[in-house]
Design a binder for this molecule. Structure first.
Ligand code: AMP
Length: 404
């Protein structure tokens, strides 16, 4: 079964065509700056990638280009659109409605729309992607895979905020988490690498990319996570501040004369590694600057690693121990220096990084010492594969008449 995975952002549309039975990535690409004069389309696998300037007024135009590129040229991934069996959509916010992936129908679309208040940029874009697919591939089965559904197992003591209870009742203000598909994937893969059932393990999963989040997964069940009502909470990130004293918000708004939207922008786009270093949101540039003696870049590095270290401590306390710590995404997978800083000083907790293994590059691997009580594992994330797999399972079950 060939599944087209769509990840629609506010001005982008990422896609992969995956054959789920053979685990083959058949095509991938991204339309960027959709709706602007600088719109462009990258399409192709690795060395065969081409970048084309293309006019895209909206996601509908972008989807038409994507489908055209899948069937045209001598490297066409498929001969005709009828070879696409189903579409899987990444949806950021599933709120209280979706504790698992679902087949998309009118009711699901209405609920995704209703939840857009909690994720205006993301859910709105996903709906544009869904409508564009309905237009260009009428009748094709589509599945919604939610970033939040992995965290619907959080107990109330983890997802409630200590605010007046009425705010929860009136606006559904609570922790929903994000990056759930990534945390689900790396926890499953970690169990395979450790050759133990996921249900027997206490895991801390760390998704450290431009966006960062940590989760506590106790015997296969997510019990806490660092992102909150929105993906701004928790760890320090590339441009996001993560958790700060909430009283800072009205203080800065008053003193800098900022609107709520400007304050939101400051915390989401001008903070984190970028805000502290003044150099970049990209850890590679911050690393270079810190190695050249830039003190603010050094501070940003220190703060980032300290922020992750504190979540490791929290989640060990929440679960009463940990068997393995799993890292993924750009920083988690690639930055040996950051990993060294995160795990330095954690030896008394039985967490011992192997300096030599930490330096190696490669695919899934254990980087703790052989006698470390807690394993440290790197798992390159693959959210698209999870979306394709969920889509396959739901559409396949529907075809053979199995009710969920
Ligand atoms: P992602 O959001 O998963 O694409 O991750 C992006 C982040 O990973 C950026 O901050 C990059 O600087 C960082 N990153 C990627 N490769 C490396 C590397 N080799 N060393 C340090 N940071 C890296």
């Amino acid at each position: 079964m060939n599944v087209l995975v769509i990840n629609a952002g506010s001005s982008s549309l990422k896609y992969q065509l995956i054959n789920v039975e053979t685990h083959t990535l058949m095509a991938k690409g991204i339309c960027e700056r959709v709706g602007s004069a600088e719109a462009f389309h990258k399409h192709g696998l690795d060395d065969n990638e081409v970048v084309i300037d293309a006019k895209m007024a909206d996601h509908d135009d972008a989807m038409a280009l994507v489908l055209e590129s899948l069937v045209s040229g001598q490297d066409a991934a498929i001969a005709s659109l009828s070879e696409i069996d189903a579409v899987g959509h990444r949806i950021v916010q599933g709120g209280k409605y979706f504790d698992r992936s679902v087949l998309i129908d009118d009711d699901v679309i209405a609920k995704i729309d209703e939840l857009a208040e909690l994720a205006p940029l993301h859910n709105g874009a996903a709906l544009m992607g869904i409508h564009a697919c309905m237009k260009h591939m009428p009748g094709i089965p589509m599945v919604a895979v939610f970033d939040t559904s992995f965290f619907t197992t959080l107990p109330p003591k983890a997802y409630m905020y200590p605010l007046p209870y009425e705010l929860y009742e009136k606006y559904a203000i609570r922790k929903y988490g994000a990056h759930g598909t990534s945390h689900r994937y790396i926890s499953e893969r970690a169990a395979v690498v450790l050759d133990e059932p996921l249900e027997d393990l206490k895991l801390i999963t760390l998704h450290l990319g431009n966006g960062c989040s940590a989760s506590a997964i106790d015997h296969g069940v997510a019990v806490d996570t660092s992102m909150g009502l929105t993906p701004l909470d928790g760890l320090m990130m590339g441009t996001r501040c993560g958790a700060i004293d909430p009283a800072i918000v009205p203080f800065v708004m008053e003193h800098e004369n900022l609107t709520a939207e400007e304050m939101n922008n400051l915390m989401n786009k001008q903070s984190g590694l970028l805000g502290i270093s003044g150099v970049s949101n990209d850890l590679r540039s911050v690393r270079t600057a810190s190695e050249e003696g830039n003190e603010r870049a050094m501070l940003a590095y220190d703060m980032f690693s300290n922020s992750v270290k504190k979540y490791i401590g929290q989640y060990i306390a929440v679960m009463g121990g940990v068997d393995a710590i799993v890292l993924t995404a750009g920083v988690g997978e690639n930055c040996d220096k950051m990993r060294r800083m995160i795990f330095s000083g954690l030896q008394p907790l039985g967490i011992v990084l192997d300096e030599e293994k930490n330096r190696h590059r490669g695919f899934e691997r254990i980087i703790s010492t052989d006698d470390s009580a807690v394993q440290i594992i790197i798992i390159p994330t693959n959210e698209e594969y999870m979306i394709a797999r969920d889509t396959y399972e739901i559409v396949h079950d529907q075809m053979v008449g199995i009710q969920p």
